[in-house]
Design a protein around this ligand. Structure first.
Ligand code: NAP
Length: 189
């Protein structure tokens, strides 16, 4: 991949795991495109904050267009933005359903398809989903079927057999692209 400074997109970056990931990637000398609805501009010139709802296609467009205009490349995407609402199935509201679907699945789809297109042009890239171990290990003390459905969709999309490398308990790394020639190149980066 050469010596050019790498760039990571991190969604849900204003707090929690996402904010910690921004710091961790900066410590690795990555430049970072950091998104959340309420995120504030950063004093760090190597962090570009893109405020917006990840479920909105226009936010995904800005993440990629403004990110490329500022940093010129995208090497890693971490789909971290997510909503977790723990309730028994019968208590979920239509609003719970709509918001979890929009953020957890819609956000993944809109950002990933745009970022993956750029990675395919580059010939390399990594996409990481932050999901939940509750998908595979349901816990009656934490009833959360909507989290399992929506985060489980990300696991399903990130499951092309031997192209997966497990990352911790709740995330997956997918070597992109799946195109054979480019996949060989990505293994060499
Ligand atoms: N904490 C856990 O124990 C745990 C366990 C398993 C999986 N997870 C998953 O790990 C991820 C991070 O968890 P966390 O505990 O760090 O969450 P958190 O503290 O609630 O932070 C969520 C982040 O996502 C952003 N966000 C929420 N909805 C968004 C939207 N529609 N568009 C853009 N950004 C949005 C929030 O910022 P704004 O409000 O500014 O948008 C915030 O930065 C989530 O996907 C969660 O499901 C967490």
């Amino acid at each position: 991949m050469g010596t050019e400074q790498k760039v990571a997109v991190i969604t849900g970056a204003s707090q929690g795991f996402g904010a910690a990931l921004v710091k961790a990637y900066r410590d690795l000398n990555y430049r970072v495109i950091a998104n959340s609805r309420s995120i504030k501009p950063s004093k760090d010139s190597d962090v570009l904050a893109i405020a917006g709802d990840v479920a909105d296609p226009k936010t995904a467009d800005r993440i990629v267009q403004d990110g490329l205009a500022r940093f010129g490349r995208i090497d890693t995407l971490i789909n971290n933005a997510g909503i977790f609402i723990a309730k028994p199935l019968v208590d979920y509201t239509e609003e719970d359903y709509a918001s979890m679907l929009a953020t957890n699945l819609g956000g993944f789809f809109r950002v990933t398809k745009r970022v993956a297109a750029e990675m395919l042009k580059q010939g390399s890239g990594h996409i990481v989903q932050i999901t939940t171990s509750l998908i595979d290990h349901a816990n009656s003390n934490v009833p959360s079927v909507l989290a399992s459905i929506t985060k489980g969709g990300l696991n399903a999309a990130t499951n092309p057999g031997d192209r997966i490398r497990k990352k911790g308990r709740s995330g997956l790394t997918l070597s992109l692209p799946r195109h054979e020639d480019a996949d060989a190149r990505s293994r060499n980066t």
